[in-house]
Design a binder for this molecule. Structure first.
Ligand SMILES: [Zn+2]
Length: 112
């Protein structure tokens, strides 16, 4: 297993659709609410949280597992964010990381 098996697509900004991909490609994951509040997560830790919960890490599914704290406090109901995307911004939320064996297992499962 060499580290240089990157796809030869010409655009250098690959479009991640899953938390796992964001983590692999070195992006953080940014979640945006309708109130314009944003949260930026470190992707490996976020992936691991979802993995342990058995949740899908597809962005479209993953937003349904999160909610905006300020909207929720204001309305008394859980308000889902509207958007999840990758970002180059430094994450301000760092969840516990997967141990290295778990991460490597996931990487080899998702290869090719
Ligand atoms: Zn909100």
């Amino acid at each position: 297993m060499q580290g240089s098996d990157v796809n030869a697509h010409d655009d250098d900004r690959r479009h991640a659709t899953r938390i796992f991909e964001a983590a692999t490609w070195g992006y953080a994951v940014k979640v945006t609410c309708r109130c314009r509040r944003t949260c930026t997560f470190e992707a490996h830790g976020l992936w691991w949280r979802f993995k342990r919960k058995g949740w899908s890490d597809d962005f479209r599914d993953a937003v349904r597992c999160l909610y905006c704290r300020s909207c929720t406090e204001r309305t008394g109901r859980k308000v889902r964010p509207t958007l999840m995307e990758t970002t180059n911004e430094p994450p301000h939320i760092r969840l516990p990381l997967p141990d290295e064996r778990e991460w490597k297992r996931a990487v080899s499962r998702n290869r090719g």
